[in-house]
Design a protein around this ligand. Structure first.
Ligand SMILES: Cc1ncc(COP(=O)(O)O)c(C=O)c1O
Length: 276
């Protein structure tokens, strides 16, 4: 991994984050993950906009030029790496939930990534996303809920966990958005479900609409996943990934026709420009 912290490229095992960093101590931080091809991050503008939105939601200030300098530094060092991560935390702070005044910690890292398998199995978890939480829809570093949910999925032989929200509607995965067939058409939870506004989700919705096959953003009960004919998850590192099993029920064929079309459209459009 190549790591840049607060303006300097540092060894990735150097002790450069203070033990009282609010990101570490209470999870007060935001982040972005981007895919990189030939040293160029995909959809950088959209990711930096979301970073700003997440930071604003926590009341954190992010200096975009500083973040861009960090991105340039690590990618100049290792343009062959395929994963880029930007993290901004509340910085050194007193223990407790009040943030200190020292200013944020800004980290940028790039590294390799193991390829994903072609399909995934998912498990619906018994815990909910809170669509009315102060942090709903923000990409914060408080991912402990996701850690627990993913372990639950792994214990059941699945590779991703899916959450309902507190109203019992389909919401999202631990690191992905979900799309599925309902009544013969492709649907995905609306942002009011409390899901993250995934960049991959957003692009796919735009691109499928432009191709004349709009996705319906609709709130539906989590049980609808148990009757769907086909489904997939989306994320920056996975693009469109077909789901083969939901809670052990096989979705055949995998991928189904709606999923195949989404894969094809996403791949074609994404190849047109690195910053759509
Ligand atoms: C909770 C959550 N939902 C959805 C996504 C997918 O978002 P994107 O397509 O921007 O990677 C992620 C990405 O990691 C995530 O963490």
């Amino acid at each position: 991994m190549t790591l840049w912290v607060n303006g300097t490229v540092v060894p990735d095992d150097a002790a450069v984050i203070r033990a009282d960093d609010h990101g570490l101590v209470v999870g007060d931080g935001v982040f972005e993950t981007m895919a990189v091809e030939d040293g160029v991050p995909f959809a950088l503008t959209r990711h930096l906009h979301r970073l700003q939105r997440s930071a604003a939601g926590l009341g954190l200030e992010v200096d975009e030029r500083f973040v861009r300098a960090g991105i340039e530094a690590v990618l100049a060092d290792r343009p062959d790496y395929v994963r880029l991560r930007v993290t901004v935390t509340g910085g050194p702070s007193p223990y407790g939930s009040d943030r200190g005044s020292a200013g944020p910690t800004v980290m940028v890292a790039t590294g390799p990534m193991a390829p994903w398998p072609p399909t995934t199995d998912v498990a619906v978890v018994p815990w909910t996303r809170n669509e009315r939480a102060a942090t709903a829809g923000l990409k914060t570093t408080s991912y402990a809920d996701n850690v627990v949910a993913l372990r639950y999925a792994h214990d059941r032989g699945a590779a991703e966990a899916l959450f309902a929200n507190s109203r019992g509607e389909v919401c999202e995965g631990t690191g992905s958005n979900v799309f599925y067939e309902y009544d013969g058409v492709l649907v995905t939870p609306p942002l009011t479900s409390g899901c993250l506004a995934g960049v991959t989700r957003e692009l796919l919705i735009e691109w499928l609409a432009a191709e004349g096959t709009p996705v319906r953003e609709v709130a539906l009960p989590i049980e609808t996943l148990h009757e769907t004919q086909e489904a997939f998850i989306t994320s920056t590192t996975r693009d469109v990934m077909p789901i083969a099993h939901i809670d052990g029920r096989a979705l055949t064929p995998t991928p189904g026709p709606l999923t195949r079309q989404a894969c094809v459209v996403f791949e074609r459009r994404a190849a047109e420009t690195p910053d759509p």
